[in-house]
Design a protein around this ligand. Structure first.
Ligand code: CP
Length: 348
């Protein structure tokens, strides 16, 4: 088996792509499910049937209600969850840690500084096997390389579930689930009539990929990818079965949901747009744009997976305004992570 050295260097986007051919995306998705369809790992959104997504949402509803009433059950008592994060994270790591602990699990956190691979050249597969041998029922992995979560899944024994906490520009399935859950909370389970615009650095974004795929899986037909040609190339249309436009005002016109993304500088490794001011002028979500949008769509949702860069892709007044669901996405992310952990770890 090809193994990734834990000393993870972020690959170029081209290299990441070549490490994850589209046939691999198909196989990754079938192997994350057991025979009969139940989820064994969560690596990506590809291939997740609508019914399975809705089942996770129904579970999240139960946890969200119990959490609000301070009556959470402890179905993960006695189980060990290990967060292995090769890249920084505020939301994902903390949401998984808090969710797991609130459901009774023991949680350990490994990051690049504390892992032997960083200085002793251990492969990702060996790190996964090592942590699994300590009895980890679940590993949440964040990694700079696309395909790393699939590699971890292949290395893991049957007793350890792998959850992708974001791998390169490939997938961030629990962010996609949290975002779709937030849209469902506002508009209901039928996404078929919704117009959804995803705006920004689509090319380098795992969130854009997971969001577009989950919105499509839930029935959305009008999905627009909006950004400058270099960050939102025409090829994305085929990859994500969505319409590409380079004109922000056209792209968000009549949208029920606008998902904003930050520049993924850590993946592209260089300036992604000639000038920050020009980017904000052409693609920033300003109050002026929001007013134009809400003149037609009174209830339009403004979303962002975070971290947000105020004044770069979103005006502060929009981020803090009444159309913003940014903090709601975070709150919902707790219930979604609880549902994911329970789904993978409680019915084996
Ligand atoms: N949205 C997201 O993945 O944020 P973090 O990098 O803080 O986990």
């Amino acid at each position: 088996m090809k193994t990734t050295k834990v000393k993870a260097k972020t690959k170029t986007v081209a290299a990441q792509r070549s490490s994850l051919p589209s046939s691999s995306q198909q196989s990754q998705q079938s192997s994350q499910q057991m025979r009969g369809g139940r989820l064994r790992h969560l690596i990506g959104i590809c291939g997740l049937p609508r019914a399975q997504i809705l089942r996770l949402f129904a579970r999240a509803d139960v946890f969200a209600r119990a959490r609000a009433q301070n009556k959470l059950p402890r179905p993960l008592a006695g189980k060990l969850i290990v967060n292995i994060f090769f890249e920084s994270s505020t939301r994902t790591r903390t949401a998984f840690e808090a969710s797991a602990r609130q459901l009774g699990a023991d949680v350990l956190n490994l990051d690049r500084i504390t892992m032997a691979g960083e200085t002793k050249n251990e492969s990702l597969a060996d790190t996964v096997r090592t942590v699994a041998a300590m009895g980890a029922a679940g590993i949440v992995l964040r990694h700079g390389e696309a395909g790393a979560a699939e590699e971890a899944m292949r290395a893991a024994p049957k007793t350890t579930a792998i959850i992708n906490g974001g791998d390169g520009n490939n997938a961030h399935p629990t962010q996609g689930l949290s975002d779709a859950y937030t849209v469902r909370e506002r508009y209901g389970e039928s996404f078929s009539g919704l117009a959804i615009a995803i705006v920004g650095d689509i090319l380098n974004s795992r969130v854009a990929r997971s969001d577009a795929r989950i919105f499509r899986a839930l029935g959305a037909e009008d999905i627009r990818l909006v950004g400058p040609p270099k960050l939102c190339p025409q090829t994305m249309e085929k990859e994500l079965r969505a319409k590409v436009t380079h004109d922000m005002d056209e792209g968000i016109s009549g949208a029920d949901v606008v998902v904003l993304l930050r520049m993924q500088r850590e993946r592209a490794g260089k300036a992604l747009f000639p000038s920050a001011a020009k980017y904000f002028r052409e693609y920033g979500m300003t109050m002026r744009r929001l007013q134009t949008l809400t003149a037609k769509k009174r209830d339009a949702m403004i979303m962002h997976p975070g971290p947000i860069n105020r004044g770069a892709e979103i005006e502060s007044a929009v981020a803090d305004g009444k159309h913003s669901y940014i903090l709601r996405q975070i709150t919902n992310g707790m219930a979604v992570r609880m549902a994911t952990l329970a789904e993978l770890l409680c019915e084996k």
